[in-house]
Design a binder for this molecule. Structure first.
Ligand code: ADP
Ligand code: TRP
Length: 327
């Protein structure tokens, strides 16, 4: 049975991009045969931390979100990365067999430099810790968005360097891109990729007036409804596509392409989007509200998850220490 593992950084309020690109897939995958590990990458979040209180709140939010969206602790192990300190130890062992050049080629690091971020050593070595996360649990498959594939490939490389130097210790993981989301980047309010860094997000659990306001801010243009348009080019449609059935979406598209008096205006599209989002997350929102009242339940899940994850990571760490001569 394969081991399937992924992590989500608690570095901002989770948005629809994170939902479609990560959490929804993780929740769906738990039904596949295999062992499932999902964790809150709180060590990684320290590379961009805005303080202790905020980090605690973000960790809580990721845990609540996973559980509210249906992650079942009986099927998948949910845990906090920092509850398994063995991964930092493994990261050091990997650091000592990895050349600087590999890390210098990381796209996400180069992007951050290009955006003028002054990197910490932690940001530079981020892929080492991520490789340790992946290798610690003997992961076979790592479901990630496109942007993380290079990091998984680096984990393959690092496993190879270590095994080459000390013998077979680490299992080679494979990235697993979801078929649909592989090409689908969820657009933000401005039409760019939805991202917390761009301030163009819709929070997963947003509802009512707040949601209406966010949706109202989605970019449109001044073309009248009657003018025939390409629906794929309209941001409200790109978002609607994620929520509507294929049939209903096709009907909206047809009317937009045809134009004329029967064509919907941007207001209509936004209204339908609001309803669709409210409905899609109704059950999860209710469950989240329930869980907020029971923090001890959430904590118990994380603690039980950590115990399982830690046992696995310890075994790998011991194997690695033995192999390289530290035991
Ligand atoms: P952000 O861009 O807000 O900083 P992260 O980089 O923390 O988000 O992304 C966490 C996960 O969510 C990654 O697996 C990433 O692939 C996915 N993700 C983030 N934004 C989007 C998006 N707009 N569309 C699809 N997936 C996304
Ligand atoms: N870097 C991932 C992200 O930003 C989060 C992450 C950390 C991760 N460790 C991981 C994902 C291990 C998969 C496997 O989305």
């Amino acid at each position: 049975m394969p081991t399937i593992l992924s992590g989500v950084q608690p570095s901002g309020q989770l948005h629809l991009g994170n939902y479609f690109g990560a959490l929804a897939q993780h929740v769906a995958l738990q039904h596949e045969p295999g062992e499932h590990f999902y964790f809150i990458a709180d060590y990684h979040a320290l590379t961009t931390s805005k303080g202790a209180a905020e980090l605690r709140e973000r960790v809580r939010d990721v845990a609540l979100s996973y559980l509210a969206l249906g992650l079942d602790p009986a099927k998948a192990v949910l845990f906090r990365q920092s509850d398994v300190p063995e991964v930092t130890e493994l990261a050091w062992l990997l650091a000592c067999v990895t050349g600087m050049g590999l890390l210098e080629r990381a796209h996400s690091y180069k992007d951050k430099l290009a955006h003028g971020i002054r990197p910490s050593v932690g940001l530079f070595t981020y892929p080492l810790l991520m490789a340790a996360d992946i290798l610690a649990y003997d992961s076979d498959q790592v479901p990630v968005g496109k942007d993380q594939v290079q990091h998984v490939e680096m984990a393959q490389d690092m496993a190879g360097y270590f095994n080459g130097a000390y013998g077979e210790v680490f299992k080679r993981p494979e990235a697993r891109l979801p078929a649909a989301a592989a090409e689908a980047k969820v657009p933000g309010l401005d039409g760019e990729k939805m991202s917390k860094s761009y301030g163009n997000t819709i929070w997963i659990f947003e509802s009512g007036k707040a949601l209406k306001k966010r949706i109202g801010a989605i970019v449109t243009d001044s073309r009248p409804p009657e003018e025939p348009k390409d629906p794929e080019g309209l941001v409200p449609c790109q978002l609607l596509k994620l929520f509507l059935s294929a049939e209903e979406y096709a009907q909206w598209c047809e009317r937009i392409r045809a134009g004329g008096p029967g064509a919907p205006g941007y207001g209509h599209l936004k209204l339908r989007l609001q309803e669709a989002i409210e409905q899609h997350f109704a059950a999860a929102r209710a469950e989240r509200e329930r869980l907020v009242q029971h923090p001890e339940q959430v904590e118990r899940v994380l603690r039980d998850g950590a115990a399982v994850a830690r046992a696995r990571a310890r075994a790998t760490r011991d194997r690695a220490l033995q192999a390289c001569g530290l035991r």
